[in-house]
Every structure is written in C-alpha cells, then in structure tokens.
Design a protein around this ligand. Structure first.
Ligand code: ATR
Length: 275
C-alpha cells in the first residue's frame, strides 16, 4: 500500500500551532491519505529544512511566523496574491520545483463573508498595525471594494509605505494609531498588530468603535485576547477572534494540495470545543 503523502507546518515556535489538528480532521473528513507534522525550524535553518523536506518526498508545507517573508526566496514560482502580499504561507513541491502561495487573505474573507455573513462591499474599514499580517490581507480586502480602508499604526512610516504599495488597488490611507480620525463610523476594525502576542495592550482607538462596529482580532487564543476583551468593553456589535480565518486558510491550502475543499464548519466547531 502506498504510504500517505507528507505535509507539515514550519515555524518557530511551533508547539502552539493548531494546523496539524485541523489538517488531520480535514483528511478524515475527505478520506485523503496524508500525514501532517509540526516542524520547529529556526530562522537560520529555514532553507535547509525546506530542501530536506522536499528531498524526502514531502508534498507541501504551511509556513508560519517568522518565516512567511523569508521563504519567498526559496520559491521557483509565486502566485500573484503571494507576490502582492510579500508573504507565503503555503508551499507545494511539484516536479522538483517549489510553488509559493498565500491563503491568509482569502481565509479572512471567507470567515467574514461566509461564516459571519458580512457584506464587505462599501464597508468602512480600519486596520490596526502595518506589519506582515496587514500586508497579507490588504489586497484581498480592497478587492471587496470597501468605501474606505485606513491603516493605523504606531509607526506612521510603515503604514504610509503600505498605502503607497496598495494605492492602485483601492481607497486606502494611513494614520498614526493614536490619531485615528473619529469623524467616521467604522463598520469593521481589524487588529493586525502583534501587540497581544507580546503581552502588550497598546491604547487602541476607542473612538473607532461604536455599537455598530464589528471588531476582528487576527490573533486567537484559548481565552479571549486583550483586543477582543477591549472591543467588548467598548460595546462593539461583535468581537471575533481569528479562529475562523485559521481554519479557512487551512482549507484553502488543503484544496491547493489535494484538489478537494474540506468543509470548515464542523472543524471550526470541533476546534472551539477542544481548545
Ligand atoms: P512583522 O509582522 O512585520 O514581523 P511585528 O514587529 O510583529 O511586525 O509587528 C506587527 C505590527 O504590530 C506592527 O504594525 C507593529 O507596530 P510598529 O510598526 O510600530 O512596530 C505592531 N505592534 C507590535 N507591538 C505593538 C505595541 N505594543 N503597540 C502598538 N503596535 C504594536
């Protein structure tokens, strides 16, 4: 009998990753014969680890922090969305070549539009943070034709650089995190800072949240994240953690690798019960 195809996720650290669990459930659900393992890879060992996995016959890897930008250098081919995002979260090994793609943005869109039934067209959006996570989601969000998308960041220059990069894609502008224009009713506020991961709670812009605002934290945790607690305290209409995006981006990767899109709802339910 043919042994299962090999997949995995590389990151540093990696023990917290839920991807092995998610892909195991997808494999059971779809009857695909795959193995999926977590690989703890230090930044200076990235290339060696990827090439070793490829040589050993591995079929694909998910890529997580801190490798998403660096891994681009190893790709022979990049999808357009990965090139725009400047980040890769999915590698496929085919015909001795490495294909890089990015499913984070589409994962977020699916969570917002399908799981939470939101209409993104014409929405007034605010993103907090201007690092790698923001870069990965701006392009797909602008494709949904929001009314406006403001990037607020502690370091204004980084937010400005992103708006310059994406200005041809839609109505995007930049401001300082503590100078968010308060004359706008934001319908969606996304936290894409890494502050919570570092245990920091910056002064998020309270004036940006009204009872109509949906707050979405790209981070997620076993207990509510600092941003999701803050959003509730501000009286947001909804405060969502990024579990749905995690499961949806995984489903897109699974589809790239296996040509089958798993159902995400039962997995999300399973995750929220088991975490
Ligand atoms: P990257 O994703 O590029 O590796 P990062 O250092 O993890 O970057 O930071 C991601 C984002 O979180 C950045 O926008 C960062 O703000 P700066 O550009 O000003 O560094 C933001 N961030 C991290 N910690 C923060 C904090 N304590 N307060 C406010 N913003 C913070």
């Amino acid at each position: 009998m043919k042994s299962p195809d090999r997949y995995g996720v590389i990151g540093y650290p990696i023990s917290h990753s839920r991807s092995p669990l998610i892909h195991r459930v997808f494999a059971e659900q779809t009857g695909e014969a795959i193995e999926y393992e977590p690989l703890k890879v230090r930044p200076d060992k990235l290339e060696r680890a990827v090439r070793q996995f490829q040589r050993a016959g591995g079929k694909g890897l998910n890529v997580t922090a801190p490798h998403k930008s660096e891994v681009i250098k190893l790709c022979d081919h990049l999808s357009e969305r990965a090139a725009t995002a400047g980040a890769v979260n999915t590698l496929s090994f085919r015909d001795h070549e490495i294909h890089g793609d990015n499913t984070d943005g589409i994962g977020l869109l699916r969570d917002l539009a399908v799981n939470h039934d939101l209409t993104l067209e014409n929405m007034r959006m605010l993103i907090l943070g201007a690092g790698g996570a923001t870069r990965g989601i701006i392009g797909p969000l602008l494709e949904m034709r929001p009314a406006l998308l403001i990037i607020a960041n502690r370091t204004l220059g980084k937010a400005k650089a992103l708006t310059q990069h994406f200005s041809g894609f839609g109505p995007v502008s930049a401001c300082r995190l503590d100078e968010v224009p308060d004359d706008t009713d934001y319908e969606l506020v996304i936290n894409a800072t890494s502050a919570g991961l570092k245990g920091d709670t910056p002064s998020y812009p309270a004036a940006a949240v009204s009872p109509e605002t949906i707050c979405y934290d790209l981070s997620y945790g076993l207990s509510p994240t600092p941003f999701s607690i803050w959003a509730r305290e501000q009286g947001a209409a909804e405060s969502i953690m990024g579990w749905g995006m995690l499961v949806e981006q995984a489903a897109e990767s699974f589809n790239i690798w296996r040509g089958v899109r798993p159902q995400t709802a039962p997995v999300l339910e399973h995750m929220l019960i088991t975490v």
